[in-house]
Each structure stands twice: as structure tokens, then as C-alpha cells.
Write a new protein. Structure first.
Length: 250
């Protein structure tokens, strides 16, 4: 209820002062719904959770504009709009649309395992790692590393949700191995969260990026544990992916 009132207040106030720009590059590419400015010979903006700079000689112009009401509220609220319930992750479909409307869209072209994939869009190709979760490790013949139970299940589940589909990505910066740490949304669902709910991943136990709220993920894991879904059906035989990687020096 608190979030609902915040949503209403912000939807009234934000259009008074918020703005969104469109950067038009000379190659015809358009970068929309960003706050753009010129600095040090570049046109800069925030994209994919990072500060991006385009050389001024490659920029045709900057179109100044105003954000829509929904995008303003979504950008301001961020994680604060999420309720504690892990049933839908967001409390209504409308609020899900509100949260992901301004996120960057990419098409997933390859799924490597239960938490890593490749996608393309905006004239770039990215390697991404689902933030906040850890899926069972797949086999690596070169390193003579066997796959964990349910590793293929997790990979197939992720592929079913996102492969060859356009998804929306909320970035939390770059992680190890130059992979984008991503919260991924497909068909109005948080993909990271769905893997946890299905018992095909556990909440990540290592260092998490600043600003990432892992508490809903922990709750989803706990519920899957109690239901003994997927990896949790193994009981005491389950090995955390992090421990598995150490066992095989990955």
C-alpha cells in the first residue's frame, strides 16, 4: 500500500521536472530515453547500468524531450517498488510493466548454462550473467569437470524462457569475465527469480553489486527448499555451485 501511494505522488510530481533525451548517431542509430550531456569531447549518457560516451564526431544531434509519467516513476522507484511477496515478484502486471518499460531490450542468441547467456542489440553483443542467483555447474570436458545434478534442467529452463526472444535487462554493472550482471525480464516475469522458484538455482552467496536487493531472492530460495523442488530434492547430497567450482578450481 505504501508503494502505491508513492507511485501516485511521483506520477503527479515527476513530469514537472524530469526529461529524457534521444541521441542520434550519424550511422542512424537512436539511443532513446536517456539523459544526455556533452563533456570532454563526448556525448555521455547512462546505459546498461554504466556511463557511456560517444565521440561528438559520431553524433548527429541530441533531441531534448520529456519522459512519460510511467518511465519517470519506474526510474525513480527502482527496487523500492517491489513488495515482499515472492508469488509474482511484483504485485500486479501493471506494476511489472511500469518497472521494465524503460529497460534496455536485447535478443538472446545463446544460452550457455542456467545463469549465463549471450544477447545482441543496440549494435553490440553482450555476455550476461544472471545476477543474484547461482545455477548448478554444467560439465566441462576440457577441465575434466563433471556436471552437477539439475545443471541441464536449469539450462533448458532458462533457454525455454529467453532463447531467441527479446528480453529486457536491468544492469548492475560488469562482473568477472567481462559479463554484464543482469536482472532479466521476459513475458512480464523476472527470469532470475523464476529459476529460484523452480528450484533450479540458489541465491548467490558471494559479493553482490551495490544497489541489488537479494532479500526477495532469499525468500524464493527458502520456499523452494521447503517444497524440495529441483536441487533441493537432493537433500544433504546437494553441493552449492560455489563449492563445486572450488572443488574443480574453476
Amino acid at each position: 500500500m505504501k508503494n502505491f501511494f508513492i507511485l501516485v505522488v511521483l506520477s503527479i510530481l515527476f513530469p514537472l521536472f524530469a526529461s529524457a533525451d534521444t541521441i542520434i548517431l550519424k550511422n542512424g542509430m537512436r539511443i532513446e530515453n536517456v539523459r544526455a550531456w556533452e563533456e570532454d569531447g563526448q556525448v555521455k549518457c547512462y546505459r546498461f547500468g554504466s556511463l557511456i560516451g560517444y565521440l561528438k564526431k559520431n553524433v548527429q544531434k541530441i533531441e531534448k524531450g520529456e519522459l512519460t509519467e510511467d518511465v519517470n516513476v519506474a526510474n525513480f522507484l527502482g527496487n523500492e517498488a517491489r513488495p515482499d511477496s515472492d508469488e509474482l515478484y511484483y504485485f500486479q502486471k501493471k506494476q511489472i510493466d511500469l518497472q521494465i518499460k524503460s529497460l534496455e531490450k536485447f535478443k538472446v542468441i545463446k544460452v550457455y548454462d542456467g545463469d549465463t547467456f549471450m544477447a545482441e542489440g543496440h549494435s553490440i553483443t553482450i555476455m550476461a550473467r544472471l545476477v543474484g542467483i547461482d545455477a548448478p555447474e554444467t560439465a566441462n570436458k576440457r577441465k575434466q569437470k563433471p556436471g552437477q545434478p539439475y545443471s541441464q534442467n536449469a539450462k533448458k529452463y532458462l533457454a525455454k524462457m529467453i532463447l531467441n526472444k527479446t528480453v529486457q535487462i536491468k544492469s548492475y554493472g560488469m562482473g568477472p569475465y567481462n559479463r554484464l550482471l543482469a536482472e532479466v525480464f521476459a513475458d512480464h516475469r523476472n527470469v532470475n527469480h523464476e529459476l529460484l522458484r523452480s528450484g533450479l538455482a540458489e541465491a548467490y552467496n558471494g559479493k553482490l553489486p551495490k544497489g541489488f536487493d537479494v532479500s526477495p531472492y532469499k525468500k524464493a530460495e527458502m520456499k523452494a527448499r521447503k517444497s524440495q523442488k529441483g536441487i533441493w530434492s537432493l537433500g544433504s547430497k546437494h553441493v552449492s555451485p560455489g563449492k563445486w567450482r572450488k572443488m574443480y578450481n574453476k
